[in-house]
Design a protein around this ligand. Structure first.
Ligand code: AVI
Length: 356
């Protein structure tokens, strides 16, 4: 059956240079591997398990904030076009639909073509009133995409949940937000999930759980390199390790070599000293000031900020810095109740503006 509300656009993103990036990362004095390579099929399954772990508060808390909002509207004219980065699973968008009023169009963006198109089609079938356009593209391709052609008449809102922004370096995060500012224009928004700084007694177990699922997720990267690139990593000779970098407020994931050993990869012999680590991921934790700074450097300001009762996670609505919203924010400081962004937010006891 043809769905009139569904279309796909395939920008055919270039295949990633897995071998080149692995070789480069493992040839440096401090060995690294890029976290984007965690997500093969097994890695995705493991990540889903992580999201359900008792120690991993991130997903549960983000969803609870969204549910608490119950219903909120943006001060936008017309319907919203929600553009979700990493939208191969429509799970979070379906929750967002329950809270955010007036969504007329949904554009999930991902490089995983098959999962993206399949999920988006299911959503279009379930929501006949919603226009769904699945866009297979990498982030670099988004800048030159003719957004106006597809979203004319809608207010664009980029949705970037899960604190995935925390897995980027500060300069990557800033470049991404600057690009998003250009995409959404002066009247659009970014709805950003950010994990917040919190005590280590909560943070460390979230990345080093009792069942060892996160350890398996980390080690699976070596398994993937063995399978796809023909390397011979012995997974028993590496250990998952978590470090907290207090200067940069970030959890670091490492794979530490348990012995002095060599590994063969594409005709090259890689040396590992006993105790040497491969740095596989950073997961940055934010303060409100850090997000404000990042937003300001990218041409945004915080229009709204919602957290949970423990201040573990924040959902942040970033709007363009325009004279109109600066005036509106000033007015908000003197008269909360008249603020347009709080039309529905007073339902949320933890909306910081509502608390102020
Ligand atoms: C995807 N990302 C937000 C996760 C995080 O918490 O940084 C990835 C993750 N790594 C280990 N556990 C979860």
């Amino acid at each position: 059956m043809t769905l009139l509300n569904f279309q796909t656009v395939d920008l055919a993103p270039a295949a990633q240079d897995f071998l080149g990036e692995v070789m480069k990362g493992l040839s440096q004095p401090v060995k690294t591997l890029a976290p984007k390579y965690f997500y093969d099929d097994h890695g995705m399954e493991l990540f889903e398990k992580i999201c359900e772990l008792p120690e991993y508060y991130v997903t549960r808390t983000e969803l609870s904030i969204m549910d608490e909002l119950s219903s909120f509207a943006l001060p936008a004219s017309g319907q919203l076009a929600v553009i979700e980065l990493g939208g191969a699973s429509s799970f979070k968008f379906r929750r967002l639909q329950r809270s955010l009023a007036d969504i007329g169009m949904y554009i999930p963006v991902d490089i995983c073509r098959q999962a993206l198109f399949h999920e988006a089609q299911k959503l279009a079938r379930d929501c006949p009133e919603l226009k769904v356009m699945a866009l297979c593209a990498d982030y670099q391709q988004l800048e030159s995409f003719p957004w106006e052609t597809y979203t004319a008449g809608f207010t664009p809102v980029v949705y970037f949940p899960g604190s995935t922004i925390g897995n980027l370096t500060p300069s990557e995060a800033k470049s991404l937000l600057k690009m998003l500012r250009r995409i959404v224009g002066p009247n659009g928004y970014v709805l950003l999930g950010c994990d917040l700084v919190k005590p280590l007694t909560t943070l460390i177990p979230a990345y080093d759980d009792a069942q060892g699922v996160t350890a398996e997720f980390n080690l699976n990267l070596l398994r993937r390199i063995n399978r796809e690139l023909g390397a011979n990593f012995d997974l028993h000779q590496f250990r998952h390790e978590i470090r907290y970098n207090t200067d940069e407020n970030k959890i670091e994931m490492h794979l530490v070599s348990l012995a002095s050993q060599t590994v063969q990869l594409a005709g090259t012999t890689l040396q590992f000293a006993k105790g040497e680590s491969i740095h596989t991921e950073d997961s940055r934790k934010f303060t409100r000031q850090a997000i404000e700074k990042l937003a300001a450097e990218s041409g945004f300001c915080i229009d709204q900020w919602w957290t949970d009762s423990r201040d573990y996670f924040a959902i942040t609505l970033l709007g363009s810095v325009t004279s109109a919203n600066i005036l509106s924010m000033r007015a908000n400081q003197s008269a909360d109740s008249s603020h347009p962004f709080l039309r529905r937010a007073e339902h949320s006891p933890t909306s910081s503006a509502a608390r102020a």
